[in-house]
Design a protein around this ligand. Structure first.
Ligand code: MF3
Ligand code: CO
Length: 254
């Protein structure tokens, strides 16, 4: 026995409607990210888009201990790993920005993130983004019935480290469904063959965070933004998926 809920087809349908809105917003935001745009403009757009389509922003009002998140989007620029707060910060050519977004539809959650370039970026930074996204997909490929949670973790770690990047260990992926964060935790590192066995109907948010330099992070005084301790760049990609008898189904894909 474990505490991981299996979702019914009806629940997966609700999740996929939430996830579709997430995917649409992220695609629209990808097109909006340009030098001169502020991160709060992106946040405002995301909120309007979600509400127009009948969804609810999942992060706004989200509580972590005594803190309440006040925004729709997390916007994590350059050395920010995750949970960057939208602000009047103006994006400039050569930046990278992580866009992390959750939506609720009829009580069910979808959650995804992408990291995108602002204008032209250097070849080595483009490689960081590529490898992190590939690591996500290597993890997703392991989300099949009969595997264990850490088979996902191990595949993510192996891919990122083969490129000589480092995996952030302070934040992990998670089960998702009627809550944003459900069991199990999904680390982005570890030995294969450990943890709960995967079953059809499990819904998982897999989300590698990969640093160009050292893996350690610290939290800024704003209480939210996690940044790399060494100031190196960091990338983050996330999908919400469901384990099915015929393999992983990515819900947050257009
Ligand atoms: N996408 C993040 C996660 O999966 C959630 C952001 S936390 C919030 O953990 F407070 F910003 F909502
Ligand atoms: Co998540």
């Amino acid at each position: 026995m474990n505490g991981i809920e299996l979702k019914s087809p009806d629940e997966i349908d609700k999740m996929s409607r939430a996830a579709k809105i997430v995917a649409e917003v992220l695609e629209a935001l990808r097109g909006m990210v340009k030098p001169g745009v502020t991160t709060e403009e992106l946040d405002r757009f995301a909120e309007g888009f979600i509400l127009e389509r009948g969804g609810i922003p999942a992060f706004k009002g989200y509580r972590v201990r005594d803190k309440v998140y006040q925004h729709t989007l997390c916007t994590s620029v350059n050395n920010a790993v995750v949970h960057g707060i939208p602000s009047s910060r103006v994006l400039k050519e050569g930046d990278i920005i992580g866009l992390d977004l959750g939506v609720v539809v009829e009580g069910y959650y979808g959650d995804a993130a992408i990291t995108v370039p602002v204008g032209r970026i250097s070849e080595d930074v483009r490689y960081l983004l590529q490898v992190t996204n590939e690591a996500l997909h290597k993890g997703i490929e392991k989300a099949v019935v009969g595997n264990r949670i850490s088979d996902i973790s191990h595949a993510v770690q192996k891919h990122a480290e083969a490129a000589r990047f480092s995996i952030v260990t302070e934040f992990v992926g998670h089960g998702i469904g009627r809550k944003l964060h459900e069991e199990p935790q999904i680390p982005n590192y570890g030995e294969p063959g450990k943890g709960p066995r995967l079953k059809a109907g499990m819904a998982l948010a897999i989300e590698p965070m990969v640093n160009m330099g050292e893996p350690e992070t610290r939290c800024l005084e704003d209480g939210w933004t996690a940044v790399t301790q060494d100031g190196s760049l960091s990338a983050h990609f996330e999908h919400t998926i469901v384990v099915t008898e015929t393999g992983p189904r990515i819900l947050t894909k257009l």
